[in-house]
Design a protein around this ligand. Structure first.
Ligand code: DGL
Length: 270
């Protein structure tokens, strides 16, 4: 039994952490495509090629269900994968829908027509590729009417986090929040639309101020996965152990992950 969790780098560990707390009995296979991170500055075809290759590797490791814990891959590649690439006995899910369901006050899988919701002005912080895809606005429009979205492409933040340069990451967060506020002075809610950004959640919240509700994905995705596996227990594949794979330098990535998760994590070469 194993569920795959994919990201371009360490950001998806925010989701892995929440999933392993919610579902401690489910073995998880994590794949970090560190050799090709960041994805946020790549084009859609390239993101599709990299994401399918990584997903294939997780299928080989015994996963029948893979979570793209990467908004950039979910935005730029998932729909195309679902249109014909995914084998019929496998599932690949993204991270947008649980977030948008929470934002639009919906239960899991509520596909009723779009309606008015409490939140009217949403600030979206995401990578350049996610912003360019407009996937967030598209998913939102299926569920809500009258919500104004202002998106800020947060160039540089993922690189700074991957390099462990938190001082630069913090400065960039502040400048991206300032830029967003020049376009939308009073958002009611902010969406951290990249799984690396929960690592900077306190900085986003401080720069946005106390009146802005910050939506972050890790727990929302974990709850939605727990719910999915209750209904589809057969989708837990035949893998039996936790596995951490990287296309980067396993020793460096293990140190980064151990520091971040505060438990010993050992990555091996993908
Ligand atoms: N953590 C990723 C996301 O959620 C990827 C960021 C990147 O590689 O640019 O978008």
């Amino acid at each position: 039994m194993a569920v795959g969790i994919f990201d371009s780098g360490i950001g998806g560990l925010t989701v892995l952490d929440a999933v392993s707390t919610a579902l401690p009995e489910v073995p998880l296979v994590y794949f970090g495509d560190h050799a090709h991170s960041p994805y946020g500055v790549r084009d859609a075809d390239n993101i599709y090629d990299l994401t399918t290759k990584a997903t294939e590797r997780m299928f080989d490791a015994g996963c029948d269900l893979v979570i793209l814990a990467c908004n950039t891959a979910s935005a730029a590649a998932l729909r195309r994968m679902q249109e014909g690439w995914i084998p019929t006995d496998k599932r690949v899910l993204g991270v947008f829908v649980p977030l948008i369901e929470a934002l639009t006050e919906r239960q899991w899988g509520d596909n009723s027509p779009p309606r008015e919701v409490g939140i009217k002005h949403v600030a979206l912080f995401a990578t350049p590729a996610t912003v360019a895809s407009r996937a967030f606005q598209r998913e939102l429009a299926f569920r809500a009417v009258g919500v104004d979205v202002e998106a800020q492409a947060c160039g540089g933040v993922v690189d700074a986090i991957e390099d462990g340069d938190m001082i630069l990451a913090e400065a960039l967060v502040r400048s991206h929040v300032d830029a967003l506020k020049r376009k939308m002075p009073k958002p009611d809610a902010a969406v951290l639309g990249c799984t690396h950004y929960p690592l900077m959640e306190a900085e986003f919240a401080a720069a946005l101020g106390p009146d802005v509700k910050v939506f972050s994905q890790a727990n929302l995705v974990a709850d939605s996965l727990a719910d999915y596996l209750k209904r589809r227990p057969e989708m837990i594949g035949n893998g039996t152990e936790n596995l951490f794979l990287t296309t980067g330098d396993p020793r460096h990535v293990s140190d980064q992950a151990t520091q971040f998760l505060r438990r010993k994590i050992e990555f091996t070469a993908a």
